[in-house]
Design a protein around this ligand. Structure first.
Ligand code: 2M8
Length: 445
């Protein structure tokens, strides 16, 4: 029998989870599997934290931003002093190889989706609503210029075609590690004989690693890409030139467009330089157009672009709905996408435990309901869509999505992801970002 906590218990349990993951210097992504700070996890973590303490949320975002590379990149992992994750700081060797990487704290050498401006917006609003105007003001003053530099880094180094479609050099940069989106490009990544040996730690930390974590073949490719980057000392343009994996990521691009608009508006509110605000709006426009231009005329879904293979990647996944995040499609096309997302192939599939879009459609032949990014539901992805729906004024859809997510999360496991057909918690438990989006939903319900 599945437990179902009421809102008060669920909120208390989420807060308890976060305090359990608070190691003093940071809130880790999860207790055992992810004992460090992940870039986009921390954005979501700080949103939920703001409901408990705006100052604590601001501190968490500041910790992440303090590890920003001197060139502007926000690294995908900021390592705690603790061990227990592979690849750890020694394997990345970022600070040893690149003078832009901080020596302390140590970091990885790649990035993750740019959702931080969205988090800043949310924290500032929550802080203001709690009368914490000084906290909001100080955080904006600290974070805005740093986030501007982060967006500028992405435009400067990750838009190789100059179209606004941002490229990633590793599946980990998408946050959707082994999504079927990356199967074709990864098939062209050939680990060399000089791939140094390694021991995975993740497999011992989840109950059914074979079903729920990426395979060893996939890990060889992941580690090989790190080797390639080490060879060019993480110099961003050299990485883009040499990486065997280079893909225009439509979901990252949509988040960038959305976050750039949000950052521009925050800039207006806090009297940031008008030319930077104009630039942000221009970047948003260009990336929005790139997302719209990727639409598959047959399915209506947005597509990634394999820049090494010079081909569209038409795998149907949740990322295909990227235009619903950032806008940019003609009204009819947008309505059609929303109807598809809410319809029987996706969130409205009759066999789902809750009406939440899974990472891959249950009607897709590649649907694997337990496998990492190949079918399960990720609450944070639902949060992003719900938040964007609210911004677009689609209130009925966002309210419904929130209610369904709370029903799924009422078991109190705060799982990393969930089986879409049974609601079974999968992967890590007490995952911080799940607890924090639940807190945000509870406070807006
Ligand atoms: C997962 O990614 C890490 C590598 O970065 C891993 O599998 O070891 C992804 O779900 C990613 O999106 C997430 O940020 C990270 C920590 O929660 O775990």
């Amino acid at each position: 029998m599945r437990t179902s906590l009421g809102p008060v218990q669920l909120a208390a349990s989420a807060a308890w989870t976060l305090s359990g993951n608070d190691i003093g210097t940071m809130i880790t992504a999860a207790p055992r599997l992810y004992p460090h700070m992940w870039s986009w996890d921390t954005a979501f973590i700080s949103i939920g934290l703001a409901h408990l303490s705006a100052e604590r949320a601001a501190q968490e975002l500041r910790t992440l931003l303090s590890a920003q590379w001197r060139n502007g990149m926000i690294p995908h992992i900021v390592f705690s002093e603790g061990a227990g994750y592979f690849p750890g700081p020694e394997r990345w060797g970022a600070a040893e190889l690149n003078p832009d990487a901080p020596n302390a704290p140590r970091t990885s050498g790649i990035c993750q989706p740019p959702v931080h401006a969205i988090a800043l917006r949310r924290i500032v609003d929550i802080a203001r609503s709690q009368g914490e105007r000084a906290t909001a003001y100080e955080l904006l003053k600290f974070a805005w210029p740093r986030l501007y530099r982060w967006h500028e880094w992405l435009v400067r180094h990750r838009d190789p075609l100059g179209t606004g479609m941002l490229a990633i050099v590793h599946g980990w940069e998408s946050g959707m590690d082994n999504s079927p989106r990356w199967d074709l490009p990864y098939a062209e990544v050939f680990p060399g004989p000089d791939l140094p040996p390694y021991v995975r730690l993740d497999r011992g930390l989840v109950a059914h690693a074979d079903a729920e974590r990426p395979s060893d073949t996939e890990y060889d490719r992941y580690l090989w890409l790190v080797e390639e980057m080490r060879k060019v000392r993480y110099e961003p343009d050299a990485v883009v030139r040499t990486s065997s994996f280079l893909v225009g990521d439509v979901f990252v691009t949509a988040l960038f467009a959305l976050a750039s608009e949000v950052l521009a508006t925050l800039g207006e509110e806090s009297e940031q330089p008008p030319w930077q605000i104009r630039q942000l709006r221009g970047w948003a426009r260009r990336s929005r157009a790139a997302v719209a231009a990727s639409q598959d005329p047959e399915t209506g879904l947005a597509r990634d672009r394999d820049l090494r293979g010079d081909r569209w990647l038409s795998t149907s996944t949740i990322a295909g709905f990227a235009p619903l995040l950032c806008g940019g499609l003609p009204v009819d096309a947008q309505k059609a996408q929303l109807a598809t997302l809410c319809g029987p192939d996706w969130a409205g599939h009759p066999a789902l435990f809750a009406a939440i879009p899974p990472s891959v459609s249950p009607n897709d032949p590649g649907f694997r309901p337990r496998e990492y990014w190949r079918g399960p539901v990720w609450p944070v992805i639902a949060w992003l869509f719900g938040w964007a729906f609210e911004q677009h004024g689609w209130l009925a859809e966002s309210t419904h999505l929130r209610a369904e997510c709370l029903r799924l999360a009422a078991d109190g496991s705060f799982a990393e992801y969930y089986h879409p057909l049974t609601g079974e918690p999968l992967g890590s438990r007490q995952q911080s970002w799940t607890a924090t989006v639940v807190l945000d939903w509870l406070h807006t319900a």
